[in-house]
Design a protein around this ligand. Structure first.
Ligand code: GDP
Length: 294
């Protein structure tokens, strides 16, 4: 994960190795390399500039302690800034209401249905009664896919294969949950290959109809800046609560993970790192920064 970025940052810190102190000249050179590493990792340019300006300011404002080398000091400053860039504190999802409703949005192929299964397993482990709802009325195969995953993790699925109205299906699912003692309803909505008006209008209506305590936007991290732009478009319409970054196991760059929070101003809440149901993690900005720095 993010191997290229880790290697390049390491190289940038090495430019400070052997230097006795932090000076404007050696900091400027290091910061320039860090910025290039971030941009190469597909971090939004404005974000890369802002964060490296902060790193520079921090570095110039610090006295190097006797026990700390300039390289170590810079590593610590970059760690702090990357942690802040990705949101600082871990952010939990809100599971509230009777039943609590969690709405999933995102493009087709982003890993939404897979994540629905993982989230169901995660919440079930916390002792909650979960109901998965298949709301993709365009792809009958999506219902079957959700059923297979649900069986794997041992939760029920609500679907209405003959009904082509996702708003009705969602409302009925919530009603069904209430009657059948299900405490959390996870709604997997239809995605498209690209953003389109009908999909947006539809998910907006579903959101209004079921009033979720958490609306998540699921996105493939490997798509880098496209992921960030798509997140922004969805957020403008949906005002979602958090991001799920998928396929991090295949992402060698890291641009989406590093810029989505700053550009969209919504936290990443989960990361998905594989196709298996266990491959789900809560997102800790500090741990991610640590991983990037190796
Ligand atoms: P949806 O169209 O958004 O519902 O996407 P799917 O859940 O069907 O996922 C699309 C493809 O990506 C499937 O082949 C999944 O197995 C795969 N996938 C989903 N999440 C991950 C992940 O975190 N890592 C990897 N490597 N593959 C994933």
């Amino acid at each position: 994960m993010f191997d290229n970025l880790s290697t390049k940052l390491d190289k940038a810190f090495k430019t400070l190795k052997g230097q006795g102190s932090i000076t404007e000249i050696n900091v400027a050179a290091t910061v320039k390399e860090i910025r290039r590493a971030l941009v190469d990792a597909d971090v939004n340019y404005k974000v890369a500039k802002e964060v490296t300006d902060k790193i520079k300011e921090e570095a110039m404002g610090r006295d190097v302690l006797v026990a700390v080398s300039p390289g170590q000091l810079m590593t610590k400053i970059v760690y702090d800034e990357l942690t802040q860039l990705m949101g600082g504190e871990k952010q939990d999802i809100q599971v509230k209401g009777d039943p609590a409703v969690i709405l999933l949005s995102g493009l087709q192929g982003s890993g939404k249905t897979t994540f629905a299964g993982k989230l169901a397993a995660h919440l079930k482990k916390q002792g909650r009664q979960v109901l998965l709802v298949a709301c993709d009325v365009y792809r009958p195969a999506a219902i079957d896919q959700l059923k297979v995953l649900a069986e794997q993790v041992g939760v029920d699925v609500y679907s209405e294969p003959e009904n082509k109205n996702p708003v009705d299906i969602s409302r009925n699912a919530v009603e069904f949950a209430r009657k059948n003692n299900k405490k959390v309803v996870i709604i997997d909505t239809a995605g498209r290959l690209a953003v389109d008006e009908q999909m947006m209008a539809e998910i907006e209506q579903v959101k209004r109809a079921v009033n979720p305590s958490e609306t998540l936007f699921v996105v493939d991290s490997m798509t880098g800046q496209d992921a960030v732009n798509t997140a922004k478009t969805f957020n403008d319409r949906l005002n979602f609560d958090g991001v799920v970054l998928t396929k991090l196991d295949g992402d060698s760059r890291g641009g989406a993970a590093l810029s989505i929070r700053a550009v969209v101003e919504k936290p990443i809440k989960f990361i998905s790192t594989g196709e298996k149901m266990e491959a789900l993690d809560l997102f800790y900005p500090d741990r991610m920064a640590q991983r990037i720095l190796g």
